[in-house]
Design a protein around this ligand. Structure first.
Ligand code: SAH
Length: 534
């Protein structure tokens, strides 16, 4: 596997050998777009060049050296400030110039000058990606030399899936991150009174008493979760003002609440159901849940409920509200959701509270049941397939298995107010599934091993986005799990399974960890469309 990199080439000097084909013109244009200076080396008359290259020479966009190749060129034609060594070499010679191509490639490699030889991966020290740019957003695809037409086709298909405003999205997120940085600097700087932005940002994460360092970390988590879960195309319009408006319980909402409560005794005719939506894939939605989705006036969904499921909501009839729960404002967002549900119920509407997985597995479903019941609306509760039991299946882990595991425990890695919860003792015949644990895994693992005497070599699996096309399964041992998460990064939501069942069907682990990507078995193809037409 190669390292994919984005090279900043501004003001560099790039040599291009060849010029008789259109490829040289393409390379020159790519070099120009990157802000580098192209220099063409070709000993021929100008009328041999393709028209596009001739035009670039006439417009003096590319310097032309009328010489044949010599090794000295590599160390004399470059910028003075780097000892005249050229920064990069592109070889676009005719395909029958094999020996010259090999000579240039070998010279460059010896001099540590990055070299690209068209259509020859073995002679190149770097290859070009089939790329797409929209402002600062860039996408590149490579098939590692297997087929540039294929790479280009895949790139086009990927680009067609992007929101049209991807450039603005990219800019906006960059600006927000910059504001966050400035706010962190203001807070650690002397002039605290100046922190206007900082107070706006802090209003988003007001939940607990926090030190300045904790606030800064929480703000960063807040933004990264907004980037992860907010509808992609809407990220372009996000501002700190909008965030603080959207994520605070506003006066408007308080007013609606007051109006709703005052009429509570008179109207009561709405109905509510708490519905589990499964772990992610539409194929995991029950028919009962689908029926509820199709008969709702208002759907209150968790931010984790995936787009594929939300796409099933009839847009004309049904309003959708997605919980604005992000680190630091979970309590207020939960309250907001309950109040919205209640005011809709008081208007006589059918409310469906759509929850990720199963409503009663770490979903606060019980609290919601009590809240609505206490206002006279007893919810109907429909189970969903919990991620805790689906993830083992999708990662080929039999949660119970004769002579290996005879019990399953589902627990959380996050206690109240961010503390570690009281973890269970180790039981050798048990499969334990930890939800909400991956962001705490660095604290959790040593705690299990040292305080609770869990065996360091216990097989574990980290399953992220279970049942979704971008599912990832990492298999390792307990002592390696934190290192694996740290080096691979996270792909939320994810959970962590520990127990001997983790390696039962897969055989022994030979490396520190293994990574499996994708989940084909959750696809239901065009079944829903087919049903809709029959
Ligand atoms: N009620 C949900 C759990 C809510 S708690 C259920 O029954 O699945 C949220 C946690 O669930 C996340 O932090 C993550 O640990 C887990 N989770 C939810 N969906 C997941 C998925 N598709 N893959 C892996 N973990 C998931």
């Amino acid at each position: 596997m190669n390292i994919l990199a984005s090279l900043s080439c501004k003001d560099e000097l790039h040599l291009v050998y060849g010029g008789l084909s259109n490829v040289a013109a393409l390379r020159v244009n790519t070099i120009l777009a990157s802000g580098a200076i192209p220099m063409l080396v070709q000993d021929t008359s100008v009328d041999k060049f393709p028209v596009s290259l001739r035009a670039l020479i006439e417009e003096e966009k590319v310097q032309w050296v009328t010489k044949s190749y010599s090794k000295e060129q590599l160390i004399t034609l470059g910028r003075a400030d780097v000892g005249s060594v050229v920064d990069r070499v592109f070889v676009c010679l005719d395909s029958d110039d094999i020996s010259l191509k090999s000579e240039i490639s070998a010279d460059c490699k010896r001099l540590r000058i990055p070299v690209n030889v068209t259509d020859s991966a073995p002679l190149s020290s770097f290859t070009l990606l089939s790329s797409y740019s929209a402002g600062d957003f860039q996408l590149g695809v490579t098939t590692s030399g297997k087929g540039c037409k294929l790479a280009s086709r895949i790139k086009r298909e990927l680009v067609s899936c992007l929101p049209p405003n991807i450039k603005d999205i990219c800019n906006r997120v960059g600006e927000l991150r910059q504001q966050l940085k400035e706010c962190d600097q203001q807070e650690t700087g002397d002039d605290d009174d100046d922190a206007v932005n900082s107070s706006k940002l802090n209003s988003l994460i007001r939940e607990f008493d926090m030190s300045k360092e904790q606030q800064a970390a929480q703000r960063a988590r807040f933004l990264s979760q907004v980037v992860e879960y907010y509808p992609l195309s809407e990220l372009a319009n996000l501002t700190i003002e909008k965030l603080s408006k959207e994520y605070s319980v506003t006066k408007e909402l308080d007013d609606t609440q007051a109006a709703a409560h005052s009429s509570e005794s008179t109207v009561k005719k709405g109905s509510i159901s708490l519905v589990g939506a499964g772990p992610g894939s539409v194929s995991m939605l029950t028919l009962g849940a689908l029926q509820e989705i199709h008969s709702a006036d208002l759907i209150l969904a968790d931010k984790l409920v995936p787009q594929q499921v939300l796409d099933l909501i009839p847009q004309k009839r049904t309003r959708l509200f997605i919980a604005r729960k992000f680190p630091g404002n979970a309590e207020r967002a939960q309250q907001e959701l309950l109040e919205l549900g209640l005011s809709s119920l008081l208007k006589g509407e059918k409310v469906v509270r759509l929850k990720q997985g199963d409503p009663y597995i770490f979903g606060r479903g019980g609290e919601e049941f009590l809240f609505f019941s206490s206002h006279g609306f007893t919810p109907r509760v429909l189970p969903g397939i919990t991620s805790a039991l689906a993830a083992p299946v999708f990662s080929n882990i039999p949660a119970t298995h004769r002579d290996v595991a005879d019990q399953v425990l589902i627990c959380t890695g996050t206690g109240r107010r961010g503390a570690l919860p009281d973890f269970p003792e180790h039981v050798d015949s048990r499969t334990t599934v930890f939800l909400m644990a991956l962001h705490r895994i660095v604290d959790l693992i040593p705690h299990l091993i040292k305080e609770k005497q869990w065996p360091a070599d216990l097989p574990v699996a980290i399953v992220e986005r279970a049942s979704c096309p971008d599912q990832r399964v990492v298999r390792t041992t307990l002592s390696m799990a934190a290192e694996a998460v740290e080096s691979l990064g996270s792909r939320p939501p994810g959970l962590f399974i520990a127990g001997r069942a983790c390696h039962t069907l897969g055989g022994d682990l030979k490396e520190k960890w293994t990574v499996e990507e994708g989940c084909a078995s959750a696809s239901i193809g065009g079944l829903l469309e087919k049903l809709a037409h029959e």
